[in-house]
Design a protein around this ligand. Sequence first.
Ligand SMILES: Cc1ncc(COP(=O)(O)O)c(C=O)c1O
Length: 420
Amino acid sequence: MNISTKHRVINESYSLNEKKILGFISESEPVATLNSIQVFWKKAIDYNIFDDQGNKWIDFTSGIFVANAGHSNPQIKMAIKQQIDSDLLFAYNYPTEIKAKFYQKIFELSPEHFNKIALLNSGSEAVDLAYKLIKLWATKNKKKYIITFRGSYHGRGLSNDLLSGNKEKALWSNTSDDNVTFIDFPYDSGNVFDRSKLPNHSEIAAFMLETFQGWGAWFYPQQYIDDLCCFAKEIGALICFDEMQSGFYRIGHIYGYMTYNSNLKPDIICLGKGITSSLPLSAVLSTSEIMDIDVLADLHGTHSGNCLCCAAALANLEFLSEANTQKHLVKVIAVFQNKLRELLKKAGAVKQVNSRGLIAGLIFENAHIATNLAKKCVAQGILPVCTNKNSIKLAPPLTISEDALEEGMNVLIEIASTIR
Ligand SMILES: Cc1ncc(COP(=O)(O)O)c(C=O)c1O
C-alpha cells in the first residue's frame, strides 16, 4: 500500500510485522510491557506521529490520553526550555516559583471547594495516595468500606490492583483488602443504582469511580450517577473520581465528572496524563479536611513537583484554557460526534459507540475483530488505542484539525464497514 495525503504517509515497504525496528527494545523489555501494535516513534508533532522510515500517522490515542494540547506543543516546549535555561531542573520538595505558579493556575481553573493539591509522578501513584487518604479518613470516622466497580482500572501498583477489576486482580500478591467491595458496572443504560447491594451503609467510607470506565469509554447512566452521589452524601461517604483519562478538557470540561452534573462536589480527584500533555506528573486534588488528616502521612516523593514538569503543566493549562483552544475544541467535538453517528450507521461490526467530547469507545463482538480493525487502521495511517479487549478507543489530541479528523474518521468508517 502506498498512501500519501496531507495528513498520512504509509510507504509501500511498510509492514506492521517489521521486527527490525523493535530489535534491541523488544529483546530487552519484559514481554508484559510490549504493545500488540508496534509503531516506532521518531517524532510526534501535534496530531501526527512519524517513524524513521518516512511513515506518518494521524494519532487517535494522544499517546494514551496524554497529549491533549497536541504533541510537542510549541508553548509547552518553550516553557520547558525556559525552565532548563533558568538552571533549576530539580528541587526535591522545596518551594519553587514554577510550582507556585502552576498551583495558582490549577486552583484558578478548578472548582472552589478544592483547596489542597499533592503532586506525584504517575497516575498509579495518585490513586495510591487517594487510597491512603481514604483509609486514614475511614479510620478516623469509624468507617471502612471502599466501593469500586467490576471491570475498572486504576493503575498498576498493589493498591491499584486492590481497587481495580475484581477481587482476583491482586491475587498475585497474596494480599487482599476485604474492605474493598466490587459492584457491577452499569453497562446498560437502564441499570439503576441499587443501594441494597452495598455493605453496611454507615460503614461505607468512599466510592472510587473512573469518570468513564476506561476500556470501552463506558459512561454511567445519568440517573445512576445522580443516585450514587446523592446516596454518598446522605450516608457521609467520600466520592473519589479517577480522572486519569477524562481530565483536562478531554470530554469538554476541565474535569470529566463535571459533564454529569455541574453541582457535583467530589471529595477527591486523581489527575495525571493530560496534566502536562508531555512530561510525567500526576496530582491529587482534595480538601484540607482530607489531605491533612494525618500530618505525618508521607504524601510526597523525590521527584514529585519536578520543576520541568510544573513548567510543562502550567504552559499546558494556559494553552488548554485559552479562548481559541476552547473554540476549536467545540468545533472538533461536533465533527467527531457527527462522524461517530455515521460510523454506527455504516459499520455493522460496531455493536455500540460510547462517546462524549473527544473520546469514543467502539464495542465489537469480540477482541479478535477489534484488534484486527486496529491493525488495519495502522496499515492505513491511523493509530487508534488497541485495548486487546472487544473495543478500540479513539482519542485524538484536542488540537487536531477538522480536516485531519474527518480524513481519519472516513478511513476508519471504510475499514469498519468491511471488517468481520
Ligand atoms: C483510569 C486510570 N487510572 C490510573 C491509571 C494509571 O496511570 P499511570 O499509567 O500514569 O500510572 C490509568 C492509566 O492508564 C488509568 O487509565
